[in-house]
Design a protein around this ligand. Structure first.
Ligand code: CO
Length: 131
């Protein structure tokens, strides 16, 4: 499998209305916003060189991000860009790596993503993404 770069770092925020200005005050600017109804989140992407921060706002109290925010806020996941997500998942599965998604799902902007279980990555929720 070919890992190309860090694509983005996902940060959970209670809402983008306050989250975005806070990050703008840090010197970042929003480039894209996406609604991801399947994940029950709204996202804002703020470029950092050729990587990005992804601010995630829950749109439903029953979403993964809302439940995460009940316990803590801040860093939620790190996403790496892979050349071929199907091949990456096959390889990881073959090595016995614990996955949250054995097949890709649709992420922000319509790209294909899959998550590796945090137990397989030192407590970090790792997202794989194919452009
Ligand atoms: Co993400």
């Amino acid at each position: 499998m070919k890992i190309l770069k860090i694509d983005h770092v996902g940060i959970a925020v209670p809402n983008l209305t306050e989250g975005v200005p806070a990050w703008e005050a840090l010197g970042f600017s929003v480039k894209d916003r996406h609604d991801v109804p399947t994940e029950k989140v709204r996202t804002a992407f703020l470029p950092v060189g050729d990587a990005q921060f992804e601010l995630l706002e829950p749109t439903d109290p029953d979403s993964v991000i809302a439940r995460f925010l009940e316990k803590r806020s801040g860093l939620h996941h790190v996403c790496v860009l892979v050349e071929d997500i199907d091949q990456a998942l096959r390889e990881l599965k073959g090595r016995g790596v614990r996955l949250l998604d054995e097949t890709p799902r649709v992420g922000a902007g319509g790209c294909r993503v899959a998550f590796v279980h945090p137990k397989a990555a030192g407590g970090v929720l790792l997202e794989l993404k194919q452009a």
